[in-house]
Design a protein around this ligand. Sequence first.
Ligand code: GLY
Length: 572
Amino acid sequence: MRLDFSQPGGFYLKRLFTQTAGLLVLLFVFINSAQATTPSASAVASAHPIATAAGHEILAAGGNAFDAAVAVSATLAVVEPAGSGIGGGGFWLLHRAKDGFETMIDGRERAPLAAHRDMYLDKDGKVINGLSMNGPLAAGIPGEPAALVHIAEKYGRLPLSKSLAPAIRVARDGFAVNERYRMLAGFRLKQMRKDPETAAIFLHHNDVPPVGHVIKQVDLADTLTAIAKQGHAGFYAGEIAKKLVAGVRKAGGIWRQQDLDEYRVVERQPIYGEYKGLRITSAAPPSSGGIALVTMLNILAGFELDKMDETRRIHTIIEAMRRAYRDRAEYLGDPDFISIPTKQLTHPFYADGLRNNIRLDRTTASSNLPGAVQNSAGQDTTHFSILDQEGNRVAATLSVNYPFGATFTPTGTGVLLNNEMDDFSAKPGTPNAYGLVGAEANAIAPGKRPLSSMTPTFLETDNRLAILGTPGGSRIITMVLLGALEFAANKPVTDWVSRTRFHHQFLPDAIQFEPHALTEKQQQYLKDLGHKLKAMTRQYGNMQAILWHKRNNLISAASDPRGSGFAETRKH
Ligand code: GLY
C-alpha cells in the first residue's frame, strides 16, 4: 500500500504516520537502552575444568558467587597445586549486587615474625641463591584458608561443609595429571625431589607423573575437612597448626604458633579509575596491580590509540608500561607498613606529567627516568572469574608464587607451602647503575605482606561488564592492561584471552614479547625508535574472563587457550 498525503484527509494521515513513527523511534530507543539488571546466566572461568565444575555445583546448590569462589579456590588448591593452594594466599575482589558494595579480601601471606630484612643475605651481604625460593624459609604465613573462611562466613550463604565439599571429594578421589601439570612439575622437579613429602604426593616414583596418573591427597582432604568443621581454627590452631609449625621448624624454617595465631585477612578498598568512560575496579596494595593498571590507562587516555597505526600504538603502550612499573618499584609495598601515595599515583593529573615526556618518535630509556630497583615476581599463580545470576561477582587471583611454591609440604598436612617471601626485595637499598636507591617500600619486615602483581579486575561501561585476571608474575599487570584495551575496543571476550602479548617493566629495559606478537617489520620499527627487544620462547599467562552485555543480556566467558582451563555459562 502506498500512502498518499496529498489526498483529502492526508493531513491527518500524515500526522498519524508521523506520530506512529515517533512512537516507534521512542520504542526502539527504549528497547535499545534497556539494561538487564540481573544476568541471564551465571558464569565461571577458571584454570581447571574440575574447579569450574565445582563453582557451578555450588551455584546449583543455592550458593552465591561468593560461595562458588570458596569452592573454586579450594578445588584449584587440589587440582592445580602448581598455581595456588591453602599453603598460599591471594586477593579476592568482590562485588555484591544488592547494594553495589565492593571490597578486596586481602589473603596475602605475611612474613613470619622471626623474619628480618637481611635473612636471605650471606655475611658479605650477598643474596644467597635459592633461600627465598625453596624450602620452608621461603614460605610466608598462608592467607588462603583464612580468606576462604572469611568469605564464606561474611558473604556466602552456604556453610563451609557445603562449599568445601567438592574440593574435599576431589582431594580424596584424586585428579588426573594433564600436560600442563607435567610441564610445571618438570620445571620444579629437582627441588620437588628434595622434600620426600612433596615428592610422595606430587611425583610418581620420584619423577614427573605421566598424563592420566591420578593424584590423591588424603592429608589435604583431612586438612580441608578440619577447616570445613572448625573454620579458621581448623587451620591456624589445633593439630594442623601444630604439624605445620613442627614440619617447618624441623626443616630449618622459622614459623611459630604465634604467626598462625596472628594471621588475619584484611578487607581493603579496591583501587578505582576511569578510562574513556570505562570504570576500573582493581586490586589494592599490597598488590601493585590496581595502581599500575590505572596509571597506565590514565597515561593512555591522553592518546587516540584507535587512530594510531599498530606499531606506534605498541610503542605508546610500552612507554606507559615503563613509567607505571618504575613507580611500582619505587612506591609500592604493604600499606600497613609504608605510606603509599595512592591518590597521586592514580590521579589523571599525575598521569599527564608522566605522559608529557613520552615521545612518539623514539623511546625513553629507563635510565633516563628516575631510578628504582626492580624486584622479581613469581611466574605461576592462578586466576578465576565468577558471575552469578543475581549479579554478584568475584575476580580472584591466588598464588603459591613459583610453580609448586617452596616445594615443601609439612608432614601429615598435605599443605604445599608457598615461596611468596621471594616477592619481597631480598636486598633493598642496593643502588642501581645510576646510584639511585629503590624498593625500600618492599623490604622484608616481620608480619609484613610482600608486594604482589596480582590484578583481579572489573571493567564496566554503561552497557558492558568484564571480570578478568591472569597469572604470570610481573607480566600480570600488562596482560590485564592489554585485556582492558580489548574490552575498551569492544572486542569479544575470546579476543582478550587469546591476543598475543608484549610487556615492559622498566627494568630490564627491553620489550618482552610472545612468539608472533610482533611482526619482523614491527620489530624493526621499534628498534629504530630505540627499543631493545627480548623475544620470549614461550607464550605466557592464563587469563580467565567473563563478559556481560547488559543490553542484550548475553553472558560470554573464555579461558586462555594457552592453559587448560574451562569457562562455562549456565542457567541455574
Ligand atoms: N607471586 C606472584 C605475585 O604475587 O605477584
